[in-house]
Ligand binder design. Structure first.
Ligand code: SF4
Ligand code: SF4
Length: 158
């Protein structure tokens, strides 16, 4: 399989998910949610957004507002992970679907090398151009994470 490993040029990275689910389990972590993520996953599961938040999400205190992350089980696996993989895969949060093309990861050689230890899909398979990686990274949830006010209007908003 030697030929399967791609040669990377300076402005490209290789990645092909091996569907091992390692990034969905193993250690404690956060999958932060945007309003679009909440709406997409609620629609997929056919539940109300409020139900989705109370059943599947953790509410985290961020000072003047709350944000939400997916719940984990006692073994730190994601609440949506089952034996065959992610049960909301077509509607998974942007944080999941854009991995590993996050700022500070794909654009940092050392961080990219470190990440290879936990993701077997890194540096093999499909080649991503710099513009593709930048487009994916700008889609990440950091820009529009859902913030719930602590007082007053508690309707869904940014
Ligand atoms: S750890 Fe990497 S290869 Fe495994 S499921 Fe996650 S993204 Fe895919
Ligand atoms: S939502 Fe799906 S892809 Fe994202 S961490 Fe959970 S199981 Fe993994």
């Amino acid at each position: 399989m030697e030929g399967f490993f791609c040669q990377r040029f300076l402005v490209e990275r290789c990645f092909s998910c091996q569907m091992c689910s390692h990034c969905c389990s193993g250690e404690p972590g956060y999958v932060f949610l945007s309003l679009a993520d909440i709406r997409r996953a609620s629609g997929y599961l056919e539940v109300k957004e409020e139900e989705f938040l109370s059943i599947y999400c953790r509410k985290l205190d961020y000072g003047t507002y709350y944000i939400y992350s997916l719940k984990e089980r006692d073994d730190f696996s994601c609440i949506f992970l089952r034996e065959k993989g992610c049960t909301i895969y077509p509607a998974r949060p942007l944080q999941c679907s854009t991995y590993p093309f996050w700022k500070g990861l794909f654009d940092d050689d050392e961080a990219w090398e470190r990440e290879k230890r936990s993701c077997p899909g890194i540096d093999i398979g499909r080649i991503y151009s710099e513009s593709e990686m930048n487009a994916l990274s700008t889609m990440t949830v950091e820009n529009d994470i859902y913030k719930e006010p602590k007082e007053g209007d508690d309707s869904l908003s940014y």
